[in-house]
Write a protein that binds this ligand. Structure first.
Ligand SMILES: Cc1cc2nc3c(=O)[nH]c(=O)nc-3n(C[C@H](O)[C@H](O)[C@H](O)COP(=O)(O)O)c2cc1C
Length: 330
């Protein structure tokens, strides 16, 4: 496939076109480090509150913690007030190491939108332009943005918003092809942005229902996108990232999943999580994420139950994974 833009964003070259999308509660530093070797060319942190940054909140600082291996990195900011967001950019530049500043205009969660942040910006086009232009002027790093099709079915304005972002100096726009009203359900509708990538002077990244290489390549071809964002379906399935990055390079490769190998991946992820967050800090997230490594296997319900019922501590989780790994390696 020919892509309308080279694999670079804002003048920064990237090794490929697959972006690891932001997911609150999941896209932590150990998750990003775990996923990168599977063909990720850029990873985005989960959304970080500008107010949290200004208050010097310890938990907020965790969200932008990075490492030598965790690059190129986009740090995602959300906020509702230009003044706060500008100060937050200054804090990030002083305290964090990253290549891109990503602005969140897609979050549908009422707690966020009722303050005027996230996808509620899609309803304030004029203010949005002032906000983004000022942040682009302030930021020393290229600014990217993530949006949705619109607030709801009756107010789809993705094309207008992309024009605003383009005029404001944004270097890449990611469109999650759902409306705010859809949340994360229903289908992503790429027909709404057919050919958009060819009409913009900045690269387009598509997000939504990225669950296999064929469907994702079709969505990119339809929209004229040059980048692809992997989110939910990569959780517990790192080989999907490998298949997508191969497809983006024009190779149709399928990597069969085996229970033993999946258990090995899950163990690697577990150890990374524990070494960063400690056993207590990692436990809740591990309980939610580990079963996902086995979702398409016969007996996955039994495995899921084993995690829920017996995995009260990390060592029991480790034992379950080790036994799955060994049982399937003989
Ligand atoms: C649990 C969860 C948390 C998310 N957190 C963020 C976030 O912090 N910032 C953001 O821009 N998008 C966030 N998203 C949206 C994803 O990045 C992605 O756009 C969305 O899941 C659609 O892609 P998919 O259908 O392939 O998963 C989140 C999605 C999920 C499921």
């Amino acid at each position: 496939m020919d892509y309308p833009f080279p694999a670079s964003i804002g003048g920064i070259p990237l090794s490929g076109r697959l972006i690891l999308g932001p997911m609150a509660g999941i896209t932590s530093l150990p998750y990003r480090e775990f996923m990168r070797p599977f063909g990720i060319s850029l990873a985005v942190t989960e959304m970080i509150s500008d107010c949290g940054l200004l208050y010097g909140n310890q938990r907020t600082k965790e969200y932008f913690r990075s490492s030598g291996e965790d690059h190129p990195l986009a740090v995602q900011l959300f906020g509702f007030s230009l003044e706060n967001s500008l100060q937050a950019v200054d804090v990030l530049e002083k305290e964090s190491s990253y290549e891109f500043l990503d602005l969140n205009f897609g979050c549908p969660v009422p707690k966020v939108t009722k303050t005027g942040a996230g996808s509620s910006w899609l309803r304030r086009e004029k203010e949005l332009e002032e906000y983004v232009s000022a942040i682009v002027r302030r930021s020393r790093k290229p600014v990217t943005a993530k949006i949705r099709l619109g607030w709801d079915e009756a107010s789809i304005n993705v094309e207008e918003v992309c024009r605003i972002l383009e005029r404001s100096g944004v270097s890449l726009v990611t469109v999650h092809a759902r409306t705010r009203a859809q949340g994360y359900s229903g289908h992503a509708d790429f027909h709404r942005i057919e050919g958009l990538g060819h009409r913009l002077s900045i690269p387009l990244c598509t997000s939504g229902d990225v669950r296999d290489a064929r469907g994702s390549m079709e969505a990119m071809a339809l929209t004229g996108a040059s980048f692809l964002m992997l989110a939910r379906y990569g959780v517990g399935d790192p080989l999907l990232a490998k298949e997508l990055s191969s497809a983006l390079e024009g190779r149709e490769e399928r990597f069969p999943r085996s229970l033993g190998e999946q258990a090995g991946f899950a163990l690697d992820y577990l150890e990374r999580m524990v070494s960063y967050l400690g056993e207590r800090g990692a436990l809740g997230i591990l309980r939610g994420v580990l079963p996902k490594f086995f979702r398409s296997f016969p007996g996955d319900r039994r495995i899921r139950r084993a995690f829920v019922e017996t995995a009260r501590d990390v060592s029991s989780m480790r034992e379950i994974l080790l036994s799955l790994k060994e049982d399937n390696c003989h």
